[in-house]
Design a protein around this ligand. Structure first.
Ligand code: AMP
Length: 192
């Protein structure tokens, strides 16, 4: 079973590329950001707790995030594999994911890291904010905070999987098709 982490800073195109991958490879997409937003819309207790952090552009604590992720994986039966989008974002999250998978005799297939420079990220997110309805996409200081969180807490997850020989860098600049093609080439390599 494929377990692919789509990795990169906010605005690097993970969501867009994940949509392509679920169609092409019939994978199940788990975006922790989307899960939190759905909890917020339903005004659940988990959603209300997560919102406090999300509105400030900082990460939701690991125990909340990991619990939610595990529930989603456990309840997804009959799937060919998973794309994790926006998860793991810390080393403890990566360790929890590995532990859960190893208890099922499975493991992460690859971490595909999209590389996009900071100015392009801010430009893309502000542009997305016009239609996304996401308050954290509208304020440049919150966007910069999210980028700081990425640098401080998340970027090291790349090294964690790199030390296991699983991290792959993907140039995240170009047309959506060009970037998809780069991703697909790497996934084909995993399937063969
Ligand atoms: P995203 O939709 O991936 O950009 O996530 C939006 C916000 O949700 C982030 O800025 C975090 O506050 C929160 N979030 C999403 N995924 C995680 C995660 N794996 N760990 C902690 N916080 C997360």
């Amino acid at each position: 079973m494929l377990h692919i982490i789509l990795f990169g800073p906010p605005g690097s195109g993970k969501g867009t590329q994940a949509e392509r991958l679920i169609e092409k490879y019939n994978l199940f997409h788990i975006s922790t950001g989307d899960l939190f937003r759905s909890e917020i819309n339903q005004q659940t207790e988990l959603g209300l707790r997560a919102k406090e952090f999300m509105d400030k552009g900082i990460l939701v604590p690991d125990e909340i995030t990991v619990g939610m992720l595990k529930n989603k994986v456990e309840s997804s039966v009959d799937v060919k594999g998973f794309i994790y989008d926006g998860f793991p974002r810390t080393i403890p999250q990566a360790e929890a994911l590995d532990k859960m998978l190893s208890s099922k005799n499975q493991s992460i297939s690859a971490l595909l890291a999209l590389h996009v420079d900071d100015d392009e990220i801010v430009r893309r997110i502000l542009n997305r904010g016009k239609n996304s309805g996401r308050s954290d996409d509208l304020d440049e200081s919150i966007i910069r905070k999210r980028m700081d969180e990425y640098r401080l807490k998340t970027s090291t997850v790349y090294n964690y999987y790199d030390s296991k020989g699983k991290s792959i860098k993907i140039e995240g600049i170009g047309t959506i098709d060009e970037i998809s093609n780069r991703i697909n080439q790497n996934i084909e390599g995993l399937i063969c």
